[in-house]
Design a protein around this ligand. Structure first.
Ligand code: PRP
Ligand code: URA
Length: 208
């Protein structure tokens, strides 16, 4: 499978606080954003830089820079929005799209309600954002929508993933690399990730 799991004590530490049911909305939101920043750092490890001439206060050098315009972040609403602050801290001039998706509470199937992506998205490398990868249904449909717009290079960034979701996305979209902070044990009968962190959207927005 095309999956990269972050393996770092700082991530385990931050995840432990994030998962804790006693962690409140403010701290939860801050941690989602911070972990997203680390995921972005890892996911951009192999991006191509462009040649650049820079003059330091001491001398001229030939170096390299990122053309931020070649990249787009696309959060899956609602919970994916919680990751956006973190990634745009690292790449502030990347373009941003939005995909509205919710999981039907009885069928667990994703329902798409919004789709708006930057102009010329087909020419950009996309980083799709959603903190939770459970059955994989939402991610698969979001990737289908992006591919239908001609996007060639897609990375999926999530905080917690279930083995079932990783398998489903990898089988449907083997060309997409999945970056996850942690692979959890399993899904429960309500298709929630265990041990997980509960409902990411509700915890980010304090809606329950
Ligand atoms: C959650 C989560 C993912 C989806 C994952 O969203 O943020 O989008 O469920 O489940 P799946 O892998 O089984 O599709 P939810 O439907 O709760 O919507 P929300 O972000 O608006 O809370
Ligand atoms: N969505 C969530 O927010 N959490 C889960 O565990 C599964 C889907």
């Amino acid at each position: 499978m095309n999956v990269v799991e972050l393996d770092h004590p700082l991530i385990e530490h931050k995840l432990a606080i994030l998962r804790d049911e006693k962690t409140g909305t403010k701290e939860f939101r801050e941690l989602v954003s911070e972990i997203a920043m680390f995921l972005c750092y890892e996911a951009m490890k192999n991006v191509k830089l462009e040649k650049a001439d820079v003059k330091t206060p001491l001398e001229k050098i030939k170096t390299h820079k990122l053309n931020e315009d070649n990249y787009a972040f696309v959060p899956i609403l609602r919970a994916g929005m919680g990751m956006l602050d973190g990634v745009i801290t690292v790449v502030p001039n990347a373009k941003i799209g939005h995909i509205g998706m919710y999981r039907d509470e009885t069928t667990f199937e994703p329902v798409n309600y919004f789709f708006k992506v930057p102009k010329e998205i087909a020419k950009k490398e996309v980083f799709l954002l959603d903190p939770m990868l459970a059955t994989g249904g939402s991610a698969i449909d979001a990737i289908d929508l992006l591919k239908a717009k001609g996007v060639k290079k897609i990375n999926f960034l999530c905080i917690i993933s279930a083995p079932e979701g990783l398998k489903a996305v990898s089988e449907e979209h083997p060309d997409v690399t999945i970056y996850t902070a942690c692979i959890d044990k399993r899904l429960n009968k309500n298709k929630y990730i265990c041990p997980g962190l509960g409902d990411a959207g509700d915890r980010i927005y304090g809606t329950k």
